[in-house]
Design a protein. Sequence first.
Lengths: 177, 222
Amino acid sequence: MSIVIPGDHFTLETGTEVVLGPNLQTTGNIANPTTAGYLVQTQTGSSSLAYVEADSKRYMPAAQDFVVGTIVGSFGESYKVSLANFSTPAVLGFYAFPNASKKNRPRLKTGDLVYARVASVDPDLDVELECFDATTGKEGGFGHLEGGFLFEVRLAYARYLLRHQDAPTPYKTPSNV
Amino acid sequence: MSIIVENDPLDQVDGSASFEFGATKVMSSVTGPIEAARPRNELPTKAYLDINIRPSFGVPSTRETLLEHKLGQLLPAVINLDQYPRQTIQIAVQILKNGEPNDYTARQLVAIINSVFIALINSGISLKSSLMATCCSISTEGEIRTSPTSSELASSVSHFVVVYSIEDQQIDNLLFCDGLGTFKQQQLFDVLDRAASEILLNFQQIRQAIASHVSQNYVWKA
């Protein structure tokens, strides 16, 4: 894999269906990286995938990402969830939980942690989160997180941990915290 | 020009870099995109650039405001500001070593532009192209000198700060040119040519620093 920086143009395969991932801009079939990182290009069948794998500290929400957020408040029928300090909070509706109804609503307090999926992202609208599995509509491990510790890691490492089940992790809990 | 670049020296910001060449050293940090601190800074279609430059000693004066203004003119040409509507991108610059008399800003502006570019790369903010700045001076004999020292600047008849964008490892567009003093049209063209070849030569070092930082962030890939 090669390291690219902004301005390093490359040509996308023509005649195939190209799926563009993060950190790329295109004009015609010329792609331009928008930040420095590893250029990844893979071919599966008739479609090809291109993206730039880049590390950063500030999380920018992308649809279908799995995230851990902090409840920072509620308004109307939804919670405000902070995904990164000083970023615009995301919105988690009271009905975005499995089996939620007007009578059976989630009880989360300010400061609670939730594990959620990013449902929709539009730069002109609030980011929306959901706490149920998109295909089954069941819980799927999402929801309120109780006990344990929260660690902040760099985004590249967080993605690496999500994709690699056998990734080396610090599993020993500090005893004198 | 010997360049020393340090990537991400600061922990609490999204991206930072220090840039040192000769007697001038500058550290820059980038935070963003974040929520606008004041409603009047919320632009409906693009991100607001909040630039702060601190001098190496004393309190910020009109000199720093002038530098902030010049940086603010250059950056919208390289940042995809329209990708972050209603957000703020905070850029804080601290000059560590002046490296030139207080009446001059050329060397510091070069260090500021280069360090902010590397800090922007480290923060992951969407950029249109790469860029690099350099400075030149014209001596009393009409000789062009790249990256002039403090004494060379003081004895020059004019000096310039030139910024080019770099695409496909080639010089692309002239993004910024700031000249002070007396010079002829042909001298300005010569300065632009010299600056272009100087940037092409020195950008390799910046590219190397960025590439080694990227591979450092992905230690498990090695």
